[in-house]
Ligand binder design. Structure first.
Ligand code: PXP
Length: 237
């Protein structure tokens, strides 16, 4: 059965928009686990735009399933990971000006630095996944640098505007999955998956885990709004 990791970054985005204490991503993580998800994912960004250091620290204390920390392979983040010990680190590229992670890691170009980072994290008992585009050469390089797993970037598949473009992107993902499977890498996939486009990715049997954030948090706002309004009406009337 495909496992689901829920990324709770955007609960923190809502909190940071007002600089208040709610909604607390810690409370969200507890609800996500109670609903049956297999893991909690968060991205501690250099600019701390959503998840804060305090969130990561508390998540490590309360998450009972699996905590997957997405981060850039910087000295600061490697130190934080080694101190907090998430179960998995997913290394991602990071640019300050991007709205969200835009592409996969260039493992070929950053071979040496990634290999070093992976070794340090693994020595600390942390399993390492690399977020890569569906590209055979990147998958091959991921094995060479010693990654335990790859997370295949589904963003282009999700952004495809026509059926034929989506088919092309799916084909790229399937080829990448075959390559990763051949190299005995564990395989996750994610980015941009939503209630409409997830089915074809969930059908790929080698993909063990899907990591989904924005669409689930966005849906929670809408499916929870009716009750939230009723509760406020009950208070004021
Ligand atoms: N996987 C990775 C590596 C990501 O960087 C993100 C976004 O933080 C996700 C999955 C989740 O993407 P989305 O929020 O679009 O579901």
């Amino acid at each position: 059965m495909t496992r689901l990791g829920v990324n709770i970054d955007h609960v923190a985005t809502l909190r940071q928009a007002r600089g208040v204490q709610y909604p607390d991503p810690i409370a969200a993580a507890i609800l996500v686990e109670l609903a049956g998800a297999d893991g909690i994912v968060c991205h501690l960004r250099e600019d701390r735009r959503h998840i804060q250091d305090r969130d990561l620290y508390l998540l490590r204390k309360i998450v009972q399933t699996q905590l997957n920390l997405e981060m850039a392979a910087t000295e600061e983040m490697i130190r934080i990971a080694l101190n907090t010990k998430p179960d998995i680190v997913t290394l991602v590229p990071e640019r300050r000006e991007e709205l969200t992670t835009e592409g996969g890691l260039d493992v070929l170009k950053n071979h040496r630095s990634l290999k070093k980072a992976i070794q340090r994290l693994q020595r600390g008992g942390i399993s390492v996944s690399l977020f890569v585009d569906p590209d055979k050469d990147q998958i091959k390089a991921a094995e060479e640098v010693g990654a335990n797993a790859v997370e295949i970037h589904t963003g282009h598949y999700c952004d495809a505007q026509t059926h034929s473009l989506q088919d092309e992107e799916l084909k790229r993902i399937l080829d990448a999955v075959a390559e990763a499977s051949h190299r005995n890498l564990r395989i996750a996939a994610g980015h941009g998956l939503n209630y409409v486009n997830v089915k074809r990715i969930a059908e790929i049997k080698e993909v063990e885990e899907l990591n989904i954030g924005h669409s689930i948090i966005a849906r929670a706002v809408l499916v929870g709004l009716d009750r939230a309004v009723r509760e406020m009406l009950a208070l004021i009337r």
